[in-house]
Design a protein. Structure first.
Length: 216
């Protein structure tokens, strides 16, 4: 059992992560700006007020935890673009303040920077909407930042090109920097199975200090 501080617990991906973690018996502290949006009515769940963009708030939430997990910016709309890299910097700064007592950091990333079969990256595809490109590049900027960090145990997980609510199958494939596609050439993962992959990484660490990706 791990103690997990979860930022973004009320979002599409974060809520699936919350469910998966609680169902596995982990203790989760949901860190939210407005506690009224999430009641601590489930066994293993606590709720506290915090702000992912405030390093002091991150440090406070991280105290005594095994993992800080951030789903902020994961799959959210264009209004969240401006927070993605600043959130990464704040998370790292907050954990650095704890020194040797800092827990591990796991963050939800984006698919845009993944390599495709033709050697390009997902964000190089023609016809992508500008709003989507902004989100992709914001996640790419955050990943570039994480790759400069050596004093915090970070992991960034990119979903498949398409992630949406769906079925929890408990199965997925993983890779490092290459987009995963199925037999039909589609790159997809349900938000539920993405959450499975993140909790698997918490329970059996395989990707400390790197990005990995999951898909069917």
């Amino acid at each position: 059992m791990s103690k997990i501080a979860l930022f973004g617990a009320t979002g599409t991906i974060g809520s699936r992560i919350l469910d998966e973690a609680l169902n596995r018996g982990h203790q989760v502290t949901a860190v939210v700006r407005d506690p009224a949006k999430l009641a601590a009515t489930r066994p293993g769940l606590a709720v506290m007020t915090g702000d992912v963009l405030d390093p002091a708030s991150v440090a406070d939430a991280a105290q005594g935890q095994d993992v800080v997990l951030s789903a902020v910016g994961g799959g959210d709309g264009p209004g969240h673009v401006a927070t993605i890299r600043p959130a990464a910097e704040s998370l790292v700064a907050g954990l650095r303040a704890l020194g040797d007592r800092a827990p591990r950091l796991i963050t939800v990333g984006g698919a845009g920077s993944l390599r495709t079969a033709d050697g390009r990256q997902v964000w190089d595809a023609e016809g992508l909407p500008e709003a989507l490109l902004q989100i992709m590049h914001a996640h790419g900027d955050a990943l570039d930042f994480y790759r400069t960090v050596s004093d915090v145990r970070w992991t960034n997980c990119s979903p498949a090109a398409t992630i949406a609510p769906g079925e929890r199958t408990g199965t997925y494939r993983n890779a490092i920097d290459d987009l995963i596609v199925d037999a039909d050439g589609q790159s997809r993962i349900s938000a539920e199975d993405y959450a499975v992959a993140l909790l698997d990484e918490i329970e059996k660490p395989q990707h400390v200090g790197e990005r990995f990706t999951v898909g069917y």
